[in-house]
Ligand binder design. Structure first.
Ligand SMILES: C[S@@+](CC[C@H](N)C(=O)[O-])C[C@H]1O[C@@H](n2cnc3c(N)ncnc32)[C@H](O)[C@@H]1O
Length: 184
């Protein structure tokens, strides 16, 4: 896995894109994944994996017949994940989360989206596009998980998913808000 030091280096090189000075804790990962039914969920998406803390946790939990599409825009993170992860259920995609629909074929619908994207540092149109397209590709009753370091995303997420609940944890640096958004 890419080291913490390399992660920090990427942050100083691409602050806006990376959005955090260090990788998330496994505890935050547990919170991000605890509401996903991994037995029933056969199609999963992860947005902004970074060095893959959550990716590894998803892989450990996902069903043998499930698939996971992972979108990472940063060159170094993408290369590292693509070299390291060799699981036939997982496809690592070097493209922006905004374009995720392009990679979903035959009208397939998604059970769960796990997003670590730094939404509030994105331009407004990018932020809206990412959340809208995620909502669009989800099945009804599908789930969108997002963590952020503030409550600023609440308005946007509530406008798109009317069912949104929020938890907070200090067991991460920085402390984080975990948004659980369900499609009706
Ligand atoms: C806050 S970091 C989270 C990394 C990791 N999931 C974690 O929690 O430690 C945000 C990640 O989103 C990626 N990213 C930023 N904009 C993106 C975009 N438009 N599409 C896909 N990934 C993006 C960054 O390169 C970075 O890996």
């Amino acid at each position: 896995m890419i080291s913490k030091r390399s992660f920090i280096k990427q942050f100083f090189k691409h602050r806006q894109m990376v959005g955090s000075i260090r990788p998330s804790s496994r505890f935050l990962g547990e919170k991000m994944l605890e509401n996903i039914d991994f037995i029933r969920s056969k199609s999963l998406i992860e947005l902004g994996p970074g060095c893959g803390v959550f990716t590894d946790m998803i892989i450990d939990r996902m069903a043998p017949d499930a698939s996971l599409l992972v979108f990472e825009l940063n060159d170094e993170f993408y290369d590292s994940l693509n070299t390291r992860i060799n699981d036939p259920r997982v496809t690592i995609i070097h493209d922006s989360a905004e374009h995720l629909e392009k990679y979903i074929h035959d009208g397939k619908k998604i059970d769960a989206v796990v997003s670590s994207l730094p939404l509030m540092v994105f331009p407004e149109t990018v932020r809206d596009n990412v959340v809208n397209v995620s909502h669009k590709v989800l099945k009804s009753a599908g789930i969108y998980m997002q963590f952020q370091y503030s409550l600023q995303s609440k308005k946007l997420l509530k406008a798109i998913f009317n069912d949104v609940s929020i938890k907070f944890t200090t067991k991460n640096f920085p402390p984080a808000f975990i948004y659980t958004c369900r499609k009706k």
